[in-house]
Design a protein around this ligand. Structure first.
Ligand code: SF4
Length: 347
């Protein structure tokens, strides 16, 4: 029996296809639609294409952190003041299950009803029975499991860790079994980044076909820093040609509808800002509402609309903006400046 009686969630891919209002007409929004909250930036893997594998990761990301449940509880109250958001994503960098208070985060978010849906992305290595049952009982909507190779050899090569692919397969299968026993509605989405090898991709799909509720190959992205890590797995052109990238665009839509709260409580505009080069506030000094309505975010948005992102350290090499289903390329910066001006609320 779960604490939370949720209805069956949509398939994860259907979320991307759901009808959306025009962001260019609606911006500025009264509250973010999506909030990423990073439970920790510590990971038990060092995947070759992830900043966690960089020698200077700790220094560049401002140290290693775990958010505690009390800080999350305060944050949840601040989200409530802004209004119920669409999507609460309990991940950014790091492996969320490294933070043992993760089930408490889900329980708090559900009890305070701050989001339409709650999602965790995990590498699946730490899905032990106790924590899995507590997460399921708390009412998680989506568990997204990232798999880093279709064969045991490539998995070990990519993760640079000691945990074998077989163990993760078993973990995910048991998670689903506990879910079914408990009557929980958590949807299990399993994904692998395109290996570039059709054989390996198809081995991944056949391994997980009967284990995940949905199983997908996703394209690689560059973590906005092509000079670091092994990003040569798939060429930039291949990444951009993938159907996952909905539309090429000049203006990044993410800072207009999402925010990221890092585990050290600094707030960035997007979930690829692992090096914290696009920080627009700090929850130790400002509330979430103050940050959402504040000048640093407005300046960042204007920089995007005025096509100056090519010289911004966080954005200049980024391809992630192309994954957004929204498009703001036709939004006149002056129109937006007036809408965002104090005393001139946009409805
Ligand atoms: S362009 Fe990339 S780094 Fe810049 S805000 Fe958008 S997603 Fe973030």
């Amino acid at each position: 029996m779960t604490e939370h009686a949720a209805s069956q969630p949509l398939r994860y891919s259907e979320l991307r296809q759901a009808p959306r209002q025009s962001l260019s007409e609606a911006a500025p929004l009264p509250a973010p639609l999506t909030l990423f909250v990073e439970p920790t930036n510590i990971c038990n893997f060092r995947c070759v294409y992830c900043p966690e594998s960089f020698d200077n990761f700790e220094e560049r990301s401002g140290g290693l952190h775990r958010m505690d449940a009390r800080a999350f509880d305060l944050l949840a109250d601040q989200v409530r003041e802004l209004g119920r958001i669409k999507s609460l994503n309990l991940y950014m960098l790091g492996e969320p299950f490294v933070n043992r208070e993760l089930p408490e985060f889900v329980r708090i978010a559900r009890r305070k009803d701050i989001a339409e849906r709650i999602t965790i992305t995990s590498n699946g290595t730490l899905l032990k029975e106790d924590v899995s049952r507590r997460i399921l009982a708390a009412g998680l909507d989506y568990l997204r499991v990232s798999i880093y190779g279709g064969t045991p050899e490539s998995y070990a090569r990519t993760t640079q860790g000691k945990i074998a692919l077989d163990r993760v397969v078993e973990n995910v299968a048991r998670f689903r079994q506990w879910r079914d026993e408990m009557g929980a509605a958590t949807f299990v989405y399993v994904k692998m980044i395109d290996s570039g090898s059709p054989e390996e991709n198809s081995q991944f799909l056949s391994t997980f076909r009967d284990i995940g509720d949905e199983v997908t190959i996703e394209p690689a992205m560059n973590w906005n820093d092509p000079d670091e890590g092994d990003l040569s797995l798939i060429s930039r052109q291949q990444r951009l040609d993938s159907s996952f990238f909905s539309q090429r665009k000049q203006v990044c839509p993410f800072p207009f509808y999402s925010l990221v709260v890092h585990s050290d409580l600094r707030v960035s505009v997007c979930c690829v800002d692992w090096a914290k080069e696009a920080v627009v506030g700090d929850l130790r000094a400002r509330t979430l509402a103050e940050i959402w309505r504040g000048e640093p975010l407005r300046e960042f948005q204007m920089m995007q609309l005025e096509r100056r992102a090519g010289s911004h350290p966080a954005c200049k090499n980024c391809t992630y903006l192309h994954t957004s289903p929204d498009n703001l390329d036709d939004l006149d910066p002056e129109v937006y400046r007036r809408r965002r001006a104090p005393g001139e609320p946009h409805v």
